[in-house]
Ligand binder design. Sequence first.
Ligand SMILES: Cc1cc2nc3c(=O)[nH]c(=O)nc-3n(C[C@H](O)[C@H](O)[C@H](O)COP(=O)(O)OP(=O)(O)OC[C@H]3O[C@@H](n4cnc5c(N)ncnc54)[C@H](O)[C@@H]3O)c2cc1C
Length: 445
Amino acid sequence: MPSKIEKYEVAVLGGGITGSSIFYVLSKYTDIESAVLIEKCAELGQINSSEKNNSQTLHFGDIETNYSFEKAAKTNEASEMVSAYLKSAERGSAKIFSKSHKMALAVGEKEVAELEKRYEELKKIFPDLKKIYKKEIGKIEPNIVLGRKENEKIAALYSDNSIVVDFGALAEDFALKGEKNREDFKIKLGTKVVSISKVEGGYEISTDKGTVFAEKIVVAMCSHSLMFAKKMGYGKDFSILPVGGNYYTSQKKVLNGKVYTMQSGKLPFAAIHGDPNVHNEDETRFGPTANIMPFLERNNFSTLWDFVRSSVNDTKSFIALLQVVTDRLLFGFLLRSFVYAVPLAGTMAFVGLSRKIVPTLEYADFKKGRTKAGIRPQLVDNRTGKLVMGEAEIIGEDMIFHISPSPGATVCLSNAAKTANKLMEFFEGKRAFDEELFKKDLSSK
Ligand SMILES: Cc1cc2nc3c(=O)[nH]c(=O)nc-3n(C[C@H](O)[C@H](O)[C@H](O)COP(=O)(O)OP(=O)(O)OC[C@H]3O[C@@H](n4cnc5c(N)ncnc54)[C@H](O)[C@@H]3O)c2cc1C
């Protein structure tokens, strides 16, 4: 091998919140001697992790009515780690997060009954969660009650412990701390991975800026991870249903905290919600809508071909995707969402939907405020033709591929710990992960 090729024990490919948190955890809690984080953009956390592209919610599982009881408990554990990290780094980190309150709002008899039932289950995991009704809701969020029909029943699950996060800024924080922690941990920005090939003792990673060698690889490119997995001969049983969508921003402050609406447990997407922007609480964002689009990255048309290579590369994948989108529940949901994408009429229709949260909203509130959300890479199991809920990892020979739809940013640290453990298996005892210290540092208890 030519000597000028840089060599690392581990290469983490993709500098969003997933890759950056892994890079940080490896630097602080393992004795891995050298690692590189490779990111194609000029800055870290600019794709799905960017605050513009996601809902900025640290999901605890208490107000996400589409989560099962088990998923709520697991997400709660994972979010506590990020919360502990943010609190420990609080000094000087004001631009990364803010604190707020949050609620899941039920509107009408049926939803209120469902919410009351859910509360009875959830209070075992979330003892501080409160069930509140119209009068109390009105004190916390006056605009939810203002202009609402007198006889419309509403209730909410309420918590005053919510954290709003700029996950892009958090990704940068993790990566820079990782680089600072260890001399031989390097970040390469503006460097696009073109291909990966197996060589003796590891892998050669070809980028548009040259080649590097790594013994073990973590691919954390979100949607693009599956494309690389397939190129390496893995992940053949999966494809990606890319779900984009939009947010609508009101330039005036209409909500004081996060307000989620009720969602069916059969759908992987959180229902629309309204909340103040992490960096400007006078701006209130509603959304996201959910539209299927054949791209792996928003605003990047060249990723159409990447979508084809990762998800419609054979008949089985194509049929599985078709099965998923024609499922009655999902089809109905996506069809309704498609309406919101139509200019003018769509915005008007979305105002109607958002009035479930704030009844006095007008078209003029959203007139100039439609922005594009990122892409949620919903994983499809080609064998069953069904959606796989949540994030996924594909394990190869000395390689791990991460695909992270929501709540991928929330679970970044628990995911990083899992990855560190898997890498230790690859190293077969040569390297160690101090999981005890990791847990001690990142436990909120
Ligand atoms: C609309 C929406 C709302 C969401 N809301 C929430 C929320 O409220 N809370 C939550 O927890 N999660 C939320 N999510 C999910 C969350 O945003 C993602 O799970 C998370 O950002 C994924 O992080 P990532 O690092 O895996 O991916 P990304 O942030 O997309 O990072 C992947 C990185 O890989 C890089 N890359 C790709 N290809 C290459 C290449 N060839 N070479 C080098 N680099 C490459 C990209 O440039 C990118 O920086 C939401 C997602 C969406 C789309």
